[in-house]
Design a binder for this molecule. Structure first.
Ligand SMILES: [Zn+2]
Length: 317
């Protein structure tokens, strides 16, 4: 058995994973919003221990613990820097070394999106395809490209579909640039916009639901609840996000002509099929060859894709 940790901007998901990607036990906790890498690593270790307890194993007896991390990952050393959606995580931090000490197991760190795309390719919705685009719609919007059965990494930075420019001089992105898809579709950007509207006096239940649930951020579940309640601002912002995703994904398809698009991430998995259909519908008008659109799927491994993919950094590779 192997451990897998998916380090997200909103939550830390851990799992003990058996053969064939089977989740034996899992745990999750919110990602700390303050402090620094040490605090995040401590929460990760706690959540991993909780999973291990659930599976009746010691973390030290796991074959290894894989981590899918945002930011710049040095896969050789397991150091991570520039993780923008995490607190005070600009400088390089020895994540693998820190976790390894805390858990008594070997730890490998990979890029969060790459491990999740790899999991969908080996065990999920990407299995039947030689080429597909993985789009992870969550706090940010990540992407991964599979071409001819292999992941296309470019010079190391490929797949940043969230930063496709969909509007010249458009909204400010968390990356500092303007008009990126993520500036409209990322949950982080959507929350900034919702707060702005709320402060201006626009009526919305979003923040009431957030407080009721005891959260400090607008999680995917809060957005879903607001949509179910017919919240107009939530509807408007989600609609804007869907159209932004459609424009960005269609542009990528025009360039790469992949067989399929697999949509995952916190929001993607939570909203599921109906929203993948909406994205698909809005993509249509942007597709250059519009009589042969790619197959569209929700990520099959759901919320566990990141953690399962991270566990695959051991053993099956
Ligand atoms: Zn950007």
């Amino acid at each position: 058995m192997r451990g897998g940790i998916d380090l997200g901007g909103t939550k830390i998901q851990t799992a003990v994973v058996g053969d064939g990607g089977k989740v034996v036990a899992d745990a999750r906790r919110p990602t700390p919003t303050s402090g620094g890498p040490e605090d995040v690593a401590a929460q990760m270790a706690e959540a991993m221990r909780e999973s291990a307890e659930g599976a009746n194993v010691e973390t030290g007896s796991l074959e290894g613990v894989g981590v899918g991390s945002p930011g710049d990952v040095d896969e050789k050393t397991g150091d991570v820097s520039g993780a923008r959606n995490l607190p005070e995580w600009e400088e390089s931090f020895p994540l693998a070394e820190t976790l390894s000490k805390a858990l008594g197991a070997e730890v490998r760190v990979g890029n969060d999106v790459q491990v999740a795309v790899n999991a969908e390719k080996k065990l999920g919705a990407g299995r039947p395809y030689d080429s597909f685009l993985g789009v992870f719609w969550g706090t940010g919007v990540g992407g991964g490209v599979i071409l001819d059965g292999k992941e296309w990494l470019g010079r190391g930075a490929a797949g940043e579909i969230g930063h496709m420019v969909i509007k010249l001089g458009g909204a400010r992105c968390t990356c500092g640039r303007r008009g990126c898809m993520e500036a409209y579709a990322g949950r982080g950007a959507m929350e900034i916009e919702a707060r702005k509207e709320h402060d201006k006096g626009t009526k919305t239940e979003l923040f009431k639901i957030m407080r009721k649930k005891g959260h400090v951020r607008l999680t995917s579940g809060i957005w879903e609840r607001a949509l179910d309640d017919g919240d107009r601002l939530a509807e408007k912002l989600i609609d804007r996000a869907v159209k932004a995703l459609a424009a960005g994904i269609a542009s990528a398809v025009n360039l790469l002509d992949v067989e399929a698009v697999v949509i995952g991430g916190g929001l993607g998995v939570r909203f599921g099929d109906p929203y993948v259909k909406k994205i698909s519908k809005h993509m249509h008008k942007h597709l250059f060859v519009d009589d042969n659109p790619p197959a569209m799927h929700v990520a099959e491994l759901g919320d566990f894709g990141g953690a399962i993919g991270a566990s695959l950094l051991f053993g099956e590779n």
